[in-house]
Design a binder for this molecule. Structure first.
Ligand code: SAM
Length: 202
């Protein structure tokens, strides 16, 4: 990855820690970046971009695979910071920002806009609502990533409870940075996810 972007991400991570911005960990960002570079999605959706730290990780990968990130947040200051940070990173052309509640925003996207990759990092108690909102927007090769599934067991419980009954997806909970926990849902006919090392089955 471009050293200038890596340096910018480092600074942004430090800023986030100092200012209590709940950005993904560096390992989480790298994971998203690598997964996009492996899966070659065209349209990427982010629910909850905050100040754009995770968005930059994904936009850098989007640039290399010819994709676009559709990033949503309902916070005015976060959205302003995210737009500024994407400009500073030079990756603004790979991101389309929507300021709105994510569920409303998804319903307002053009009917033919389907997503191959979704990163869900909005309000934890709404994970099940987010899942319900995106289901009809997932392409045949979709990968969906939910952050913080280990870190916030109470807040994510309604979604965790529902995961077992989700059909047509391989599911794996990855202890990225041990405490956060990323849940990966992959359309079942995609790469053999059962080969992953740390399956914690729902
Ligand atoms: C954990 S932070 C996101 C951090 C960001 N993904 C990163 O790693 O840099 C959660 C963000 O989701 C936004 N959010 C929460 N619920 C939302 C909703 N229903 N619609 C849109 N944005 C939402 C919040 O405003 C906040 O900025």
């Amino acid at each position: 990855m471009d050293q200038k972007i890596l340096h910018y991400l480092k600074e942004l991570k430090e800023y986030g820690i100092k200012n209590n911005i709940p950005n993904v960990t560096e390992a989480g960002g790298e994971f998203l970046n690598n997964l996009i570079k492996t899966k070659f999605p065209k349209n990427i959706l982010e629910i909850g971009c905050a100040n754009g730290y995770s968005t930059i990780w994904m936009a850098e990968a989007a640039k290399s695979v010819g994709a676009k990130v559709y990033a949503i947040d309902h916070s005015i200051p976060s959205m302003a910071e995210a737009k500024n940070n994407l400009m500073e990173s030079g990756l603004q052309d790979y991101v389309d920002f929507t300021f709105d509640d994510a569920i409303k925003a998804v319903s307002k996207f053009p009917q033919d806009l389907m997503f191959d990759f979704v990163f869900v990092d909005g309000e934890k108690r709404k994970y099940l609502d987010f899942w319900n909102a995106i289901q009809s927007r997932l392409s045949a090769k979709a990968v969906v990533v939910f952050d913080d599934m280990i870190k916030f067991p109470e807040k994510t419980k309604s979604f965790s409870d529902a995961v077992e009954s989700i059909e047509g997806f391989d599911k794996v909970l990855l202890p990225i940075d041990s405490d956060d926990g990323i849940l990966l849902l992959t359309k079942s006919d995609q790469f053999p996810i059962s080969n992953f090392q740390f399956p914690m089955n729902f």
